[in-house]
Design a protein around this ligand. Structure first.
Ligand code: MRU
Length: 375
């Protein structure tokens, strides 16, 4: 993002990632324990940073990017030479394939340190990772500012009645370094006294909606209701949804949107019911090297994520139970692609942009110029 980095205060009592100034580690919330327990974990080496991304202690495209950048800095603390840099880059890059923010952040740190003498590399990498994190906070705020008028217009139309926003997955402060992408207009609207009611789609199989988005809404005192993923279309048909706001893991040159599995059916239902379907993304999520969503590598995750489910039992104990018979096979793609034609608009730090190559090229010329540099 061009222009100065601005720091934005957010009252929420939690941050997904903290890097105390001068520290050679980061503290993150282990999101696997939420909502039943708040567990903070310290990461001070590249192996743990990679594990945290792969095993989803941390998740969400912008946050994965930031943790990847800090992981590279940690690797350079251990060994700053070219071979070590390349090894650490590949280790982190191989953790998860779909969210382009990871490779974008790794390439940015690598390009910053590659021309430097070994002795200067680690400090420069930590500084670049801090910049990536600070820019993400400012981008979250800009996305919120540009998305807010959408909610304000609905509130006015409803004469102050609650704006019913349907979300999918978790795109909040837990998925970023700030206060989120698709949640940013919601958080700002709430902060400005606009009545919002969030319909939180549970987001099987890992339940980012049921476990994380509900937790964030509760922490912030925002009205919300949990809904089954499969109920979303019926809620839209029944007039219970005013607008759909989702995030993205990769947006391609033509405006196709890759996001959490289950996003595409929501876009189809929104179109069928004439409901606005907006996608919020920071510009690092734009991948100008890919022509369309068909080119995006879709992560396939383990069958167990579908065959087992975790939660707290009536005694307060955390349990994991099998939901399908022994021997059942599963298919578990983690993301899907929503064609640009179903997207009402892309909410970015540069404003609301049409989901098309011409509009994206106009808004993010630098990305198209640098396209080949990602990776
Ligand atoms: O598998 P996850 O939890 O990393 O998937 C996250 C999503 O799909 C989010 O919608 C996306 O990364 C945007 S987060 C601001």
């Amino acid at each position: 993002m061009e222009g100065p980095v601005t720091h934005v205060a957010d009252a929420a009592p939690y941050r997904a990632l903290l890097h105390p100034p001068g520290a050679r580690w980061i503290d993150v919330i282990d999101q696997r324990a939420l909502p039943h327990a708040r567990v903070d974990v310290r990461i001070d080496n590249v192996a743990d940073a990679a594990r945290a991304i792969r095993e989803m202690w941390v998740r969400g495209a912008p946050l994965i990017g930031a943790v990847g950048a800090y992981g590279l800095a940690m690797a350079l603390d251990d060994d700053p030479n070219d071979a070590a840099l390349a090894r650490a880059f590949s280790t982190l890059d191989a953790t998860r394939p779909t969210a382009v923010n990871l490779r974008w952040a790794l390439a940015r740190v690598r390009d910053r340190v590659a021309p430097l003498h070994d002795a200067l590399r680690a400090a420069a990498a930590w500084d670049e990772a801090d910049r990536i994190a600070a820019e993400d906070v400012a981008i979250n705020y800009a996305i919120g500012r540009h998305g807010l008028p959408l909610l304000r217009a609905i509130a006015a139309r409803k004469h102050g009645g609650a704006v019913n926003v349907l979300t999918h997955c978790n795109t909040g402060a837990l998925a970023t370094c700030g206060f989120g992408t698709a949640t940013a207009p919601i958080f700002l609207a709430h902060a400005q006294g606009i009545a919002v009611h969030v319909l939180v789609s549970e987001t099987r199989p890992r339940l980012q909606g049921a476990n994380l988005t509900t937790w964030e809404m509760r922490e912030r005192g925002i009205a919300h209701t949990l809904v089954a993923d499969s109920a979303a279309a019926t809620l839209m048909r029944g007039g219970d949804v005013d607008i759909v706001l989702v995030g993205a893991d990769r947006v391609t040159r033509n405006g196709d949107v890759c996001n959490k599995i289950g996003t595409y059916p929501k876009a189809l239902a929104a179109r069928d019911n004439d409901i606005a379907f907006y996608v919020a993304l920071p510009s690092p999520t734009l991948d100008a090297t890919l022509a369309s969503g068909d080119d995006v590598p879709i992560e396939m995750r383990s069958d167990d994520e579908l065959l087992w489910i975790g939660g707290r039992d009536e005694h307060g104990d955390i349990r994991r139970v099998r939901i399908a018979p022994e021997g059942t096979r599963a298919n578990n793609p983690a993301f899907d692609v929503t064609p640009a034609r179903l997207v009402s608009g892309l909410i970015t730090e540069a404003g609301i942009v049409e989901a098309s190559e011409a509009a994206l090229r106009a808004a993010f010329a630098g990305h198209f110029r640098r396209g080949a540099a990602i990776g």
